[in-house]
Ligand binder design. Sequence first.
Ligand code: GLC
Length: 446
Amino acid sequence: MADRKAMLERIRESFDISRRDAAQIVKNFHVEMKRGLEGRQSSLKMIPTYVDRPTGREKGKFIALDLGGTNFRLLALELKGGGRISVRLIRNFALRKEHITKKGTGLFDLLASSVKAFLKKSGFANSRDINLGFTFSFPIAQSGIASGTLVAWTKGFNAKGVVGKDVVSLLEQALVRNGISHVKVRALANDTVGTLIARSYSDHDCDVGVIIGTGTNACYAEKVKNIKKWEGPAPRTDNMIINIEWGNFNKLKLSCYDRLLDGKSGNPGEQIMEKMVSGMYLGKLCGIVLKDLVEKKYILHFLPRKASSKIAMLRSEDISAIQADKTGSLAGVRNILENIGIRLSSREDRKIIKEVCAIISRRAARICAAAVVSVIRKIDPFILRKHTIAIDGSVYEKYTGFSSNMRSFVKEILGAKACRLRLVLSKDGSGKGAAIIAAVANCEGA
Ligand code: GLC
């Protein structure tokens, strides 16, 4: 028993993020942000997006195509001005493994044929020209409001022949191959940018967009004079949204378990923060820690050593459900274990499993809180103004205790000034935002 207590204490320590750690994260974040903005070597790519926030007056009918994970979605919507958006139709589509890992043309053909089918249902089919906003949530080096090349795949994607190519051209070619010539791709956006833009269409305090889902990332409105690497024409406003790609931030304290996870991943050394925070990895990370505890005989003693990897089958949704189990006997945890083939467990085992999941997800929420504070302090060092932080993503929205852990750590770090920050769940913004950018591009005749 004493052993188990000491073991849990060690795990707690290796996943702890104190206020002092948060201060260090903010400092490192600022160094990396500045380097990225200067075009120097940095784990933060700080990608200029060619757009600023909308005025709220943009109008028109648009289609949005939103690809960022194993699902993609299409939206038909109308911007009515005055910050009002009416969504006419939304459809979700699932990608199969072959779309993610085989030839890129297969992926883009699927997107194009889905657009074709969707147009028939949207009521827009007869319009002469249809403007499309394309949300593509991977690191893109943008070369215009509607062009940009894929720098690297993340989140387990590996479709061939896409890295280094302009993804808008790939989509347009696929549309033509599929017999669609009246759809024009007017905007290319990251999901964080879409989320920020969609919220700021009606909320002028919004200057940060965050995604905490399968992957994690954020963007914010930066003064153009601070974007030292920017060589393009000065935009009309003095600001431009920067896609930080914070999932790649690597100045964080790693535990031995994080190193194991990173080593086994398809992109070792990359997306370090994402591997500590996002839905794609939280389950895997808990699985690695728990497997170690099984092998060291701290939990589930009766499980034969060769069956220890069963515990590593937990998914992020399971981790969330484990934490939500408030029953005295932890019957919910028992069910989840049974589902992955572990039929026997003691209450003490289940208690430890629940505690480990809580430790790991609490760290994820605290890292996100420190990263949000870093971004706000970059925009407004003394936090003199109000800021809305628009957040979307399954982990933030659904994961037990995640958003409240995040808010309470923001409060701990900032004290009274935390009341100037509003963290708001902004659903479906990624697609809507791309449509708004398309509207901005349309007004500017881009
Ligand atoms: C990954 C992508 C990034 C995206 C994030 C959230 O980190 O690289 O572009 O914004 O996932 O979907």
